[in-house]
Ligand binder design. Structure first.
Ligand code: MG
Length: 337
């Protein structure tokens, strides 16, 4: 097998603001694994707060030698070796994992949701994310999101109530609130959650900094809404730590090192009776379609990443009126534009 890769920069349709930063582009690296004339595609997306970059991913991939593997079906062996080659580098690892899954699915002539045995119609509706902005801009973004069954609002600033009210002046659709570790005080957070519940908010993502385990467990115990871990849970081992602290986890391929480990995380979290959200970074339809293969297992989805960019290189899984629509294309369900 041969691995190829190249850097690319996603241009965002709107400046994207969360509680910690703003940006207008996202660096990605696109990968290809070729075997006997068949090519699988993968992607690493590197939002700056996760610490990976074009340089770190290119450097990691330059040290991966897939030539010694002749059998792409040995996913477990190959990806374990890739994982052990260096610590961290989760998005870089995901780019190999996704390309290998795409290749294997193509060689078998089936999409992954079918290989895993999941039903095409069981996909959830995805939320559409409204970044933090001036109230009038947020109202305009809500109008653009017409048709979506759920919105996701970034919170964790001084103006959380004001921003929510701005959105509620436009629409009554259910909302996911993502505080991105931005809330400080647990009593304040609990009171705010009761207020948000009255405003048809369905869940709260990452209320406090991930290190504040006791405060989060306190909040989860008392909260009338489920508390979902995002920043606190990257990989399989983190699911165990989140078990008595959060009600559920937001799984993203760029955190989990790809589809293989994400699938294991879902299985483990379900065994703990935890809720599952499948999420994303800003990504092309490549990584989004890979994540969508797992979406029939999710309670909620936040797979709007490819809708937020101007220069997607792939067509893949579609979002129709908010619903994730899987296709029958083998592998991860994509073709190059
Ligand atoms: Mg989040």
């Amino acid at each position: 097998m041969r691995l190829k890769y190249y850097p690319y920069t996603l241009e965002l349709k709107h400046t994207f603001t969360v509680s910690s930063n703003s940006r207008t582009s996202t660096p990605v690296v696109l990968t290809e694994i070729e075997h006997n004339g068949v090519t699988g595609y993968g992607e690493a997306s590197m939002p700056p707060y996760l610490g990976e970059s074009h340089d770190s991913v290119m450097n990691f991939l330059s040290r991966i030698n897939l030539e010694k593997f002749n059998d792409p079906f040995e996913l477990e062996n190959i990806l374990t070796e890739v994982d052990r080659s260096a610590s961290g580098n989760n998005a870089a690892k995901a780019s190999v994992d996704i390309a290998l899954h795409d290749l294997v699915g193509k060689l078998l002539g089936k999409p992954w949701f079918k290989l895993w045995g999941y039903c095409k119609d069981s996909t959830p509706y995805t939320s559409f994310t409204i970044g933090i902005d001036k109230p009038e801009v947020m109202r305009e973004k809500v109008r653009e999101a017409e048709g979506f069954k759920f919105l996701k609002i970034k919170a964790g600033t001084e103006n959380d109530k004001e921003n929510l009210e701005a959105i509620r002046s436009e629409t009554g659709v259910p909302i996911f609130v993502d505080a991105n570790q931005g809330w400080k005080n647990k009593e304040y957070a609990l009171e705010l959650i009761y207020w948000l519940k009255e405003k048809n908010v369905l869940l709260i993502e990452q209320p406090f900094p991930k290190e504040r385990i006791e405060d989060t467990a306190w909040l989860t115990e008392r909260s009338p809404l489920p508390i979902i871990a995002d920043e606190a849970v990257r990989r399989l081992e983190d699911v165990i730590k989140a078990k008595d602290v959060y009600s559920g986890i937001n799984i993203k391929l760029m955190k989990s090192t790809g589809m293989r480990e994400a699938h294991k995380m879902i299985t483990l979290a379900k065994a703990f009776n935890m809720k599952i959200m499948i999420g994303c970074m800003t990504e092309t339809s490549c990584a989004i379609s890979a994540a969508a293969q797992l979406s029939p297992l999710a309670d909620w989805a936040d797979l709007d990443g490819a809708l937020l960019i101007k220069n997607d290189l792939f067509t893949g899984v579609k979002i129709e009126n908010g619903k994730i629509i899987l296709n029958d294309i083998p592998g991860i369900g994509i073709s190059k534009k």
